[in-house]
Write a protein that binds this ligand. Structure first.
Ligand SMILES: *Cc1c(COP(=O)(O)O)cnc(C)c1O
Length: 371
């Protein structure tokens, strides 16, 4: 927390607005929309809820297909299952680690041949890095299929000068405790479509018809963000820029210290884009470094330093066994390679310089000793 959150929570207490909805919610929605340059935003209880609402607004139903990045957290795809629809997983390309336009095009060609295009494409911006949006948008526009941009990890990033999350028909952010800013738990759905956002608010509030006697003619959800948590969000949004700068500095320092170590390759930043560097991510070439990611993780753990492997691709998850998957090309399975060779380093903005130095030394030592 930054400190300012208290002020907004205090306001909520003083005015007794301890409810889902209230002035902090309205203000937080406006402030996020203004920050990213979207027309409208709805504050909800999680990023997952925001994705679910987007799918519901696009009328995704039983029997429908939805294309989704494979290299991501499971929350990107679970709402597809909530709607009774079928996910189709798309591999990454090596430059951004995000959705491969080539695999996406192949998936579309097959879908067209089968006479059943997907209802939506969920594009994820991993660890703050924007996907190749120009290429992806042009493919999706050609097939006239809407994009949901999962920007849960990329709030504060931009692609060719435009804020991450604003490229699709819908964009979603997460304010879960581990994200760049947090409300402890929460999310936001953004869009330029006024009618859709109006409907999202309705669906997120139990789809209550405008009648005094609690009438419902549609299936809704209890997905709104509380006025207290929105107060935390307002305080957090004020320090988002500082957080992005701090995260980018952490990344820069890792690069300075480790880029020349054999077998260490940092995640790129596309030309003309800026990543919030939510997590510093890199790959280890085991042959050059002499250590595997698994070895490195356990060496760090021995020193009480918590690093993480890259997300396990969704097409490898037991729960999604048997689901269709499109690799980058015949020879390259990028998400599986990244899963094997990728590692995320401690990147918390409250990490001290000393702690980062300790992490850097531990990595250097492990690679030099070639355990
Ligand atoms: C965190 C995250 C989500 C889900 O957000 P919640 O607020 O935790 O529901 C979705 N997609 C990605 C890529 C995430 O990292």
């Amino acid at each position: 927390m930054s400190g300012n959150e208290q002020k907004y929570i205090q306001e909520a207490f003083e005015t007794n607005w301890i409810a889902p909805l209230g002035p902090n919610v309205d203000a937080f929605e406006k402030e996020i929309a203004h920050y990213v340059g979207a027309n409208e935003a709805v504050a909800v209880s999680s990023g997952t809820a925001a994705i679910h609402l987007a799918l519901s607004l696009l009328d995704v139903q039983k029997g429908d297909k939805v294309f989704c990045s494979s290299l991501t957290f499971i929350a990107s795809a679970n709402p597809i299952i909530y709607q009774g629809a079928e996910p189709v997983f798309i591999d990454s390309e090596p430059e951004t680690w995000n959705m491969s336009p080539r695999a996406l095009e192949k998936a579309f060609q097959d879908a067209l041949r089968e006479g059943k295009l997907p209802k939506a494409v969920i594009v994820v911006n991993l660890y703050g890095q924007s996907a190749k949006m120009d290429e992806i948008i042009s493919i999706c526009n050609y097939y006239e299929v809407p994009i949901i941009e999962d920007a849960a990890e990329s709030l504060g990033s931009s692609y060719k000068g435009k804020p991450s999350g604003t490229f699709g028909k819908f964009g979603i952010y997460s304010f879960n405790g581990n994200k760049i800013i947090t409300t402890s738990g929460g999310g936001m759905l953004i869009s330029n479509d006024h009618e859709a956002i109006h409907k999202a608010r309705f669906l997120a509030t139990q789809a209550r018809d405008p009648a005094p006697h609690y009438q419902h003619s549609k299936l809704g959800y209890n997905y709104r963000m509380s006025n207290i948590l929105a107060g935390i969000g307002r305080g957090q949004l004020e320090v988002l820029e500082d957080r992005v700068n701090a995260k980018r500095d952490i990344f820069k320092r890792y690069v300075q210290e480790l880029a020349s170590v054999p077998g260490v390759y940092f995640m790129h930043e596309l030309d003309d884009t800026q990543s919030n560097r939510w997590l510093t991510s890199l790959t280890i070439d085991e042959r050059e470094a002499g250590v595997s990611v698994k070895d490195l993780l356990s060496r760090l753990m021995e020193e009480n330093i918590e690093a993480r492997p890259v997300w396990k691709p969704l097409h490898l998850q037991p729960i999604f066994h048997g689901i269709t998957y499109y690799p980058h090309n015949e020879r390259e399975n990028v998400s599986e390679d990244l899963f094997r060779s990728g590692i995320c380093l401690p990147s918390g903005t409250s990490m001290t310089e000393e702690e980062q130095t300790r992490t850097i030394h531990c990595i250097k030592k492990a690679i030099k000793q070639r355990v």
